[in-house]
Design a protein around this ligand. Structure first.
Ligand code: FAD
Length: 331
């Protein structure tokens, strides 16, 4: 028993959530930098009758999956999961515990931190080693500032990581699964699960999109977004937006990229009519390749773009769409 890095696995609707593999990818990178063996990376899965998911995680990143099972944790509650996670962490004594900055993650992480009496860095976008000490990069004041923190000597170091902050682990492992009992019985639960209400069908998840075409206030009106839609469709990508676009109701909030929207890391991000305010940049600068189209040559977005086109987006974007369609033989 015992490990250096413990990752809290998440699952939904009978599938492992991608954030699990992102955390495992991060854990492997940290293990490489800290000189820990891959055998020191474990995942904790909490639930009931999900043996198949435990095996899947053992095959993709975790040397061991500790599967805490029980009827009291079949559905998420901060109390049931929190106490179960705390018990496993006390047994395993990891150096670092990584949790996704997801609705369940941001609910349970403070419960676990309080139970263990350790500090917590929330909504982190990066973890780096400086002189052998891990530092956590996170947004504060609603994204106006970036803070870099060390968490002191208490262990485990506990952080919630933004979705999309790290590439998902894509290799194969031959990990094992160890089943343990959840730390709470159903009669002991202080919070009770009632129901899950699903959001609207067709909602987008930009954090997982490999290609995003985003539009900003420069579009001028909701109906003019058709140029963005056409390019996104030609590329097989999703549609993103800056905050004014969602504030004005041109697109739903789930399309908003930035400090008060989502953080994305697609392979390709195309920003059209977006000036590049810091609150937007913090949400997309982790993209693999950034293209910006703006009629203002001094727009700050060009500071993070690999390719910048100075011009009218209503000329450039349709021409780009045509070029993509031509290249794909779709014209
Ligand atoms: P503008 O800054 O108005 O830029 C429009 C750009 O379009 C200009 O650069 C202009 O040159 C260009 N343009 C106009 N017409 C054309 C054309 N025909 N062709 C080409 N280019 C053209 N913003 C976010 O995006 N995401 C967030 O999550 C976010 N969170 C925030 C949180 C807080 C607490 C605060 C205070 C602000 C937040 N903002 C956020 C807002 C942010 O500060 C900026 O106001 C916003 O990003 C600007 O959006 P924009 O670039 O679309 O608009």
């Amino acid at each position: 028993m015992g490990c250096k890095a413990l990752v809290l696995a998440e699952h939904e609707g009978g599938a492992v959530r991608e954030v699990t593999y992102e955390l495992l990818g991060l854990a492997h990178r940290l293990a490489g930098e800290a000189g820990w063996g891959a055998g020191e990376i474990k995942a904790l899965l909490v639930g009931r009758s999900i043996d198949g998911l435990a095996a899947e995680i053992a095959g993709r990143g975790a040397a061991e999956v500790i599967y805490a099972e029980g009827t009291a944790v079949e559905q998420y509650t901060g109390d049931g999961h929190g106490r179960t996670i705390e018990k496993v962490v006390r047994d395993e004594a990891p150096a670092i515990l990584l949790i996704g900055h997801t609705p369940n993650g941001w609910d349970v992480a403070p419960i676990v931190a309080a139970g263990l009496g350790v500090p917590l860095a929330t909504e982190c976008s990066a973890v780096t080693f400086e002189e052998g000490r891990p530092r956590f990069t996170r947004k504060i004041f609603n994204g106006k500032f970036i803070q870099v923190v060390e968490l002191g000597e208490a262990r485990p170091l506990l952080a919630t990581m933004q979705k999309g902050a790290s590439p998902a682990f894509s290799g194969k492992t031959q990990g094992t699964v160890r089943k343990v009992a959840a730390a709470v019985a159903e009669g002991d639960l202080r919070a009770r699960f009632v129901e899950i209400k699903k959001g609207e069908a067709g909602a987008v998840d930009l954090t997982q999109a490999p290609i995003i075409v985003s539009g900003g206030r420069g579009l001028g009106a909701a109906e003019k977004f058709s140029v963005i839609r056409e390019l996104a469709a030609a590329l097989g990508g999703q549609i993103g937006a800056s905050r004014p676009v969602t504030d004005m109701g041109w697109l739903p909030h789930e399309h908003q990229v930035g400090s008060s929207g989502v953080t994305v890391s697609p392979k390709l991000y195309i920003a059209c009519g977006i000036s590049g305010a810091i609150q937007h940049i913090v949400g997309m600068r982790g993209s693999g390749f950034i293209v910006a189209v703006n009629k203002d040559a001094d727009a700050p977005i060009f500071g993070v773009a690999e390719v910048g086109v100075v011009g009218d987006l209503f000329e450039i974007v349709p021409a780009l769409t045509k070029a993509v369609k031509d290249a794909k033989g779709q014209s």
